[in-house]
Design a protein around this ligand. Structure first.
Ligand code: AHR
Length: 512
């Protein structure tokens, strides 16, 4: 990686030795909130090769598959413990007509994916294929309904088709299509980005549409729905204000989209070629999500102090230029240690707001933006971000243990301050405590002293994700260049737990 010649102003003087010092203090008494496992949610859109080629290859494919789903991908996703999967979009959702994706495959009409490169799709992956996949993965489905170009009746009937037990016309149709029992579907998105690709609406108008569409999405045979309104983009606090004022607790959840992106016009920068300055800028932009989430939460608190309405960050992650030579409409990008830090630091932040943040969905699960998995033909590579999600899966549904972090920080481009240490902790149902730490420094080790706040610990084990260079990535030729290894840099001492972290590393410790 090219060393930047632009100066980086240090807020605190760096020690002369090539080692940083930091401390983390647990607050066990204040550990009360559960880290909703849905914070580890994923997003799968009909975009590029996320669905077709990434998840679904069809039963006749030469790529090893189970009923049309790639075996390698299924295995990797099961190991990731995906709690919830959002589908079919994104922007795609507001042009998707679900009836085109049911029944015998040879009768399904083809469609043009207008949002994403004009690709022609054969609708062979539809409602049955998605909901069966969720059952195979043991995750909750999150259906994103069409409000932009679909009717109230269409959405109402989709809910009936998926969840009604028997006796209704849509249940009859589902049975004719081979599925006797309804699926369990809890999460229902009523439109996506309704301020943009989902209909270019004003918040007042969309709020009324939400009230209207959601009225007719019935709860059949004990299937409880969690209805999610299309929320704001990044800093659009007016959207949240208007929705909270006009819809309030009629919605169960309100979404928010936040991408770590340089800007929407022109180049977004390469996923794999960047300077040190660009690396730190990226981390600064990623953790800015904390102030954004806080401001949206403050607005929600004003109208809903009991926190009945969840905030769902149902799209987040890095957005770079597509890989050279790939279709610009398919958003296929590589993934380095830089992306891994965006993931770990963002998850650390989400844990803090778990009383309001009920779900998040990184964009996207395979072959699109900040993916877990990349595929090319029959080849597959797991990304550094995949390994962060896997290491962090121990925090799912555990009790959040607040932490106080003291560390050196630096000023990246603009006003963004980047800490050299990010941390989070949780206690699982067996009393095992997990602590995740990210040393963001590109060139210095970090000695982290952890004050356990009275916690008695007999043993400590860990895993580490690091790389030779921050721009290392897992290619199809070298798919395991960046992956987790056993970590033995943590020692129990009389002053607490002392962890020596390699430069540019992410560690998860298990304390028993
Ligand atoms: O994730 C890619 C796109 O980003 C989604 O389709 C859309 O909702 C957002 O603008």
């Amino acid at each position: 990686m090219k060393k930047s010649i632009l100066s980086i102003a240090l807020l605190a003087t760096l020690p002369s030795v090539a080692q940083l010092k930091a401390s983390v203090t647990l607050d066990n008494e204040s550990a009360k909130q559960t880290i909703n496992k849905e914070i580890y949610g994923q997003f799968a859109e009909h975009l590029g090769s996320c669905i077709y080629g990434g998840i679904w290859v069809g039963e006749d494919s030469s790529i090893p598959n189970t009923n049309g789903y790639r075996n390698d991908v299924l295995k990797a996703l099961k190991e990731l413990k995906v709690p919830v999967l959002r589908w079919p979009g994104g922007c795609f959702a507001d042009e998707y007509h679900w009836t085109d994706g049911i029944g015998p495959k040879e009768n399904r009409p083809v469609m043009v994916n207008n949002n994403w490169g004009g690709t022609v799709e054969d609708n062979s992956f539809g409602t049955h294929e998605f909901l069966n996949l969720c059952e195979m993965l043991g995750c909750e489905p999150y259906i994103s309904g069409n409000v932009g170009s679909g009717t109230v009746e269409e959405l109402a009937k989709w809910v009936e088709y998926m969840t009604s037990e028997s006796g209704s016309p849509m249940a009859k149709l589902r049975k004719e299509n081979g599925r006797e029992k309804p699926w369990h579907v809890k999460y229902l998105g009523v439109g996506n980005e309704s301020w943009g690709c989902g209909g270019t609406m004003r918040p007042e108008y969309y709020g009324d549409l939400f009230r209207r569409y959601s009225t007719y999405c019935r709860e059949y045979d004990g299937n409880k729905l969690y209805k999610i309104a299309s929320g704001a983009s990044d800093y659009d606090y007016d959207w949240t204000e208007t929705l909270m004022k006009n819809v309030g607790t009629r919605m169960n959840g309100l979404s928010l989209h936040y991408y770590t992106v340089k800007g929407w016009d022109g180049s977004k920068g390469s996923a794999t070629k960047f300077t040190n300055d660009e690396y730190y800028w990226t981390l600064g932009k990623a953790i800015e999500i904390e102030s954004v989430v806080k401001k949206h939460i403050d607005i929600m608190d004003k109208y809903d102090p009991e926190k009945k309405v969840g905030l769902l960050v149902d799209e987040w992650g890095t957005w770079w230029d597509v890989e050279p030579g790939t279709n610009p409409g398919h958003l296929f990008q590589q993934n380095t240690m830089r992306d891994a830090f965006v993931a770990s630091m963002t998850l650390d932040i989400f844990h803090k707001y778990t009383d309001r943040v009920k779900m998040t969905n990184i964009a996207q699960i395979i072959n699109v933006l900040q993916s877990m998995i990349l595929t090319k033909g029959n080849l597959m590579a797991l990304t550094p971000t995949y390994y962060v999600f896997k290491m962090y899966s121990v925090h799912q549904d555990a009790t959040y243990v607040p932490v106080k972090v003291q560390c050196e920080r630096m000023a990246a481009d603009g006003d963004r301050i980047v800490p050299y240490l990010s941390a989070t902790a949780s206690r699982d149902k067996n009393g095992v405590v997990h602590i995740s730490l990210s040393n963001t420094s590109l060139d210095q080790k970090e000695e982290v002293t952890i004050n356990l706040d009275g916690l008695k610990v007999k043993s400590v084990a860990g895993e580490v994700l690091t790389a030779g260079c921050v721009d290392d990535f897992n290619s199809f030729e070298n798919p395991e260049l960046v992956s987790t290894k056993k970590f033995d840099g943590a020692k129990i001492t009389k002053n607490g737990l002392v962890v020596t972290m390699p430069k540019m590393s992410i560690v998860t410790l298990e304390l028993k």
